[in-house]
Design a protein around this ligand. Structure first.
Ligand code: PLP
Length: 406
């Protein structure tokens, strides 16, 4: 079997229905929504309809939605847009396990003079609400906490976090890039002020992000320019992309419950198959509270990159960390923050599923993995077994792309 795609937290296949909806706006209907003529003006309605489709998925008002260029831009707009607003509030709180889109932005603000608190997580990737309570001060401008972790799928308790943050009057932003379309979100009941997500993670197109801004929340635009997006994001709208993300949200809303269950069962089947047939394997993260599509599996005593290469030759796509950091060969900051032992961090593989995965595909992966892991452990030029679990996070000579295909 070829091409089993289990890297859906990196990006997803665009749904056929989404592409079909976008096509007219990539071809004949190229008008600028800001134009006075009908040719452009008609596209204004199309953008507004997409806003409505997004709002219906999130349980909010259409005028609380702005479109951006990606999830990263939405995160940057939310964080910088709040941070620069009130000079008297110079404190930002985030966590140690955020995606670089949030982490790097907060650290840049720290270099610019803001105080930054990065909250720790426990060995299962969970946040302690008392840490958050203690960190909040009168000059805390913003708390930015991800809804679910992209590497482990662990969900943070947003409702409880919101209650704590609101008690102190700070603004709450959540990076929900991995959550929208995977589990239900109802912003009419969840008092977050800002929420980001990205079209390409829910079978929509790349190059379009969404930022929810609760009515009454002021923020400085990141991109200054035209009056587009209620003056909060200048730049001619990516009409086709916006239409695509709108349709992706509509599809997600229609299929959310049934897909959740089906994908969750497939993920569990994969996990159980691997745990049963491979020794020295652990699931990283809180298995009782995570996204239904994600599992992060630590294969002890081998290198994740070697596993990925072998999987790739079998047509199986997975990831050894977030797509953005896996190229850097640095062990995952998320797993390190969780205190996962050295011997396991390096062999951590994320499998992330979607509505397009089948039982057949999962069974293929379960069949192939045990022999692959056994072979890699035999091939290993150094035994991580000799290393102490607390050994420093440094890379040593290792099996790499030169390892022979089993
Ligand atoms: N936040 C999280 C949690 C993510 O997983 C990602 C992408 O992997 C992003 C932000 C960035 O989204 P985008 O690729 O659309 O910029």
């Amino acid at each position: 079997m070829k091409n089993v795609y289990l890297d859906n937290n990196a990006t997803t296949r665009m749904a056929d229905e989404v592409l079909a909806e976008m096509m007219p706006f990539l071809t004949d209907r190229y008008g600028n929504p800001s134009s006075m003529h009908t040719f452009g003006g008609e596209n204004r309605h199309v953008v507004d309809r997409a806003r409505q489709q997004v709002a219906e998925l999130l349980g909010c008002h259409a005028d609380e939605i702005i479109f951006t260029g990606c999830g990263t831009e939405s995160d940057n707009t939310a964080i910088r847009g709040i941070a620069y607003l009130d000079k008297k509030k110079q404190h930002i709180i985030t966590t140690r396990v955020e995606h670089p889109a949030v982490r790097t932005t907060c650290r840049q603000l720290q270099r610019e003079g803001f105080r930054l608190t990065e909250l720790p997580v426990d060995e299962k990737g969970r946040l302690n609400l008392d840490d958050l309570r203690q960190a909040l001060t009168d000059d805390t401008a913003l708390v930015s906490v991800m809804f679910a972790n992209n590497e482990t799928g662990v969900l943070f308790p947003l409702a409880q976090i919101a209650a704590v943050v609101k008690e102190r009057g700070a603004i709450l932003h959540t990076d929900a890039v991995q959550v929208v379309g995977k589990i239900p979100i109802d912003l009419s009941r969840l008092p977050v002020d800002l929420l980001s997500f990205s079209g390409h993670k829910l079978h929509g197109p790349k190059g379009v992000g969404v930022l929810y801004i609760r009515r009454g929340t002021s923020l400085l635009p990141l991109l200054l320019g035209g009056h587009q997006e209620f003056g909060k994001r200048g730049g001619t709208e990516n009409v086709a992309g916006i239409v695509g993300v709108g349709k992706a949200c509509e599809l997600a809303r229609e299929h959310l419950d049934e897909e959740n269950k089906r994908v969750g069962k497939l993920r569990d089947r994969l996990e159980q198959g691997i745990l049963k047939n491979c020794p020295d394997v652990k699931i990283n993260g809180d298995v009782n509270n995570r996204l239904p599509n994600t599992t992060n599996i630590g294969f002890e005593y081998i290198e994740g990159e070697a596993i990925l290469l072998m999987l790739d030759r079998l047509g199986i796509a997975a990831s050894s960390g977030s797509a953005c950091t896996s190229g850097s060969l640095e062990p995952s900051h998320v797993l390190r923050a969780m205190g996962i032992p050295f011997t396991s961090v390096h062999g951590a593989i994320r499998f992330s599923l979607s509505r397009y995965n089948t039982e057949q595909e999962i069974d293929y992966v379960i069949r192939e993995i045990p022999a692959l892991i056994k072979r890699l452990r035999e091939l290993s030029m150094f035994t991580l077994k000799d290393a102490s679990p607390q050994a420093p996070y440094e890379r040593k000579p290792q099996i790499t792309a030169t390892a022979k295909t089993p």
